[in-house]
Design a protein around this ligand. Structure first.
Ligand code: E4P
Length: 219
């Protein structure tokens, strides 16, 4: 399972990268705004800075919602770095654009996916990744992990190469549920990745080992 970090914060991206477990980054316009990144030149420079840190794919989302401008914006983003994946919303013009990018060999991430029908369409259009937002579904009392299961089944039935990128991951139960189901990728905040480290028996066990060592050494 690949681990992507869902942020535009360079320090957090670097921390996850330095941990040695990071496979890529996803961003979105809200995450860019949260870091105060505005204006075309700053946005472009920020994507370049992210690409300089990570070794894997970096999703950069288009703002345009009509076919011609999605293509224009997506091609410009893809030209920045071979790591860039053009993130396109699940709308009619977005699906057309994903087909165009796919034919051109440009990687895509179909975002804002909330149903298996949408995921099937994204795969048919040739998306590299599909992003079902499991946390936002849970927020409205719909089973987010259930959607990952449905998509896994459909993609496996037909050997679709589109990778399931479980998004809007909020906690370790989401992450582990995705791992059990077989999502190809999960994207979440750094805190979710770091939370995997934690177990009270690890903490108490380590404290005991260190105390016993100090005692034996006569400290
Ligand atoms: C996916 O690529 C999105 O950036 C993201 O996972 C959305 O998560 P949120 O629901 O926590 O905003």
């Amino acid at each position: 399972m690949k681990f992507f970090i869902d942020t535009a914060n360079l320090a957090q991206i670097k921390e996850a990268h330095d941990l040695g477990v990071l496979d890529g980054v996803t961003t979105n316009p809200s995450l860019m705004a949260k870091e105060g990144i505005t204006g075309e030149a700053n946005v472009i420079n920020h994507y370049k800075a992210i690409c300089d840190i990570v070794d894997g794919d970096v999703s950069a989302e288009v703002i345009a919602t009509d076919y011609e401008n999605i293509i224009k914006e997506g091609e410009a983003l893809a030209a920045l770095d071979s790591k860039i994946v053009v993130k396109v919303p699940m709308i009619k013009d977005g699906i057309k654009a994903i087909r165009y990018f796919s034919n051109k060999g440009i990687k895509t991430n179909c975002t804002l996916v909330f149903s298996s029908g949408q995921a099937l369409l994204a795969a048919k259009a040739g998306a590299t990744y599909v992003s079902p937002f499991i946390g936002r579904l849970d927020d409205i009392s719909v089973d987010g992990l259930g959607l990952i299961e449905e998509i896994r089944l459909i993609y496996d039935n037909y050997d679709f190469p589109t990778q399931i990128l479980a998004a809007s991951v909020r906690h370790t139960a989401h992450l582990l549920g995705c791992a059990e189901i077989g999502a190809d990728v999960m994207t979440g905040p750094l805190s979710v990745i770091l939370a995997l480290l934690k177990h009270p028996l690890t903490d108490s066990g380590l404290a005991q080992f260190l105390a016993d060592h100090a005692k034996a050494a006569g400290k």
